[in-house]
Design a protein around this ligand. Structure first.
Ligand code: HEM
Length: 362
């Protein structure tokens, strides 16, 4: 399974950092882990960004610059004029779009060739990645349902939605566990009670034991991930446009075309929603009578609510919990003294200089 494979690659990199007592920037490693996973799921492509040499990945680089440029557009005035004149961040944004387009269209053309070749040889196209599935859709006239531009948009949408969000959650989780080691201890105890004693088990053997059914039983780990998403939602603010006149629950009138913004970052920290200890990282708040209790998505808004709720939520939990279980079982993390963690301006709640940690084996 893709998530386990990449969790093992990540663990191997951390293992060598632990042996050489090197500091690591773990947000970058998580970004590589989730990028490789989503590219394999989405394109059926092994980008190899998590290989031991940690190569420069132009595709990922263009994504990061694009996110920052879009955030500048949403804050700045006169962006249409800047776009027309290709000034400042608008120039950068166009450059990033071209780089991402070139990469994606190349992948689409390569896949088309593979499918044409298979058709010629009367072989079935059995590839299961999203791109291949989208390409298999045909209209009644036998024509492709999705044109190249639709394929580009769908695939990039999945990469944008799936890479940063999951990596950012893992990064903040490590940050929170470094500051709350008693929570890491409780997760370790839960791993032991669900998987048994894994003292003499290798990382690969541990991953074998970690079936999706086992991952589902890790309620305290799930609660810790939810606490992390409550305090540090990867999509910290989100905007909507009203399609028709409406009245909000508190009586506020909304007109068709009005823009509304909701802010999961603030909602996750409101005392009237979460109590006096709203700012504390406390996985226990997700348990009632010793049983894990989920919250309404209109209160816990990290994945949004309603018909346009996140499509990748289950997949995200599976990857986050699988990766976190491996890391917590085999490693301990310590924040680098004097490394200050700051938010980065962007569409998502990334850290500007990442998160630097020392890592050691448990
Ligand atoms: C912790 C991880 C994640 C968080 C917090 C998250 C959050 C969100 C949020 C807030 C939205 C709504 C955005 C909007 O409409 O304005 C969304 C939509 C979406 N997400 Fe996620 N996401 C996560 C992981 C993923 C993953 C791993 C995938 C794909 C494998 C994914 C796929 C999608 C898709 C396709 C949509 C669009 C749904 C639609 O418009 O109908 N997400 N996500």
């Amino acid at each position: 399974m893709i998530f386990k494979k990449n969790a093992i690659k990540l663990a191997d990199i951390l293992d060598s950092a632990a042996k050489s007592e090197r500091e690591v920037e773990i947000q970058d490693l998580f970004m590589r882990t989730t990028l490789d996973s989503i590219c394999e799921l989405g394109f059926g492509l092994d980008l190899g960004s998590l290989s031991p040499s940690l190569p420069e990945v132009p595709f990922a680089n263009a994504f990061d610059r694009l996110s920052e440029a879009i955030a500048h557009r949403s804050l700045g005035l006169f962006w249409r004029t800047r776009r027309a004149l290709r000034l400042g961040y608008e120039k950068e944004l166009q450059k990033c779009i071209t780089e991402l387009d070139d990469f994606t269209y190349k992948v689409i053309q390569q896949r088309k060739k593979v499918i044409e070749e298979a058709n010629k040889n009367n072989e079935e196209n059995t590839r299961e990645d999203l791109l291949s599935r989208f390409m298999n859709f045909k209209g009644q006239d036998g024509e492709d349902t999705y044109k190249d531009k639709d394929l580009r948009d769908s695939i990039l949408n999945f990469v944008i939605a799936g890479r940063d969000t999951t990596a950012i959650t893992l990064s903040w989780l490590v940050y929170l566990l470094c500051n709350n080691p008693h929570v890491a201890d409780k997760i370790s105890a839960e791993l032991k009670s669900v998987l048994g004693d894994t003292k003499d088990v290798s990382i690969r053997e541990f991953c074998e034991l970690l079936t999706p059914e086992c991952v589902n039983e890790l309620h305290y780990l799930h609660a810790s991930v939810n606490e992390c998403l409550r305090l540090y939602p990867p999509v910290p603010r989100d905007g909507k446009v009203a399609l028709k006149d409406d009245v909000l629950l508190d009586g506020t009138k909304v007109k068709a075309g009005d823009r509304l913004v909701y802010v999961p970052y603030s909602m996750g920290r409101m005392e009237f929603l979460w109590g006096k200890d709203a700012l504390m990282f406390k996985p226990e708040r997700w348990f009632k009578d010793n049983k894990f209790q989920s919250e309404s998505p209109y209160k816990f808004t990290a994945f949004q609510a309603g018909p346009r709720t996140c499509l990748g939520k289950d997949s995200a939990y599976l990857q986050i919990k699988t990766t976190a279980a491996v890391l917590i079982r085999f490693f301990q993390f310590r924040l680098l003294p004097n490394h200050r963690v700051y938010y980065r301006l962007g569409m998502v709640l990334q850290m500007i200089n990442g998160i630097k940690v020392f890592v050691s084996r448990c």
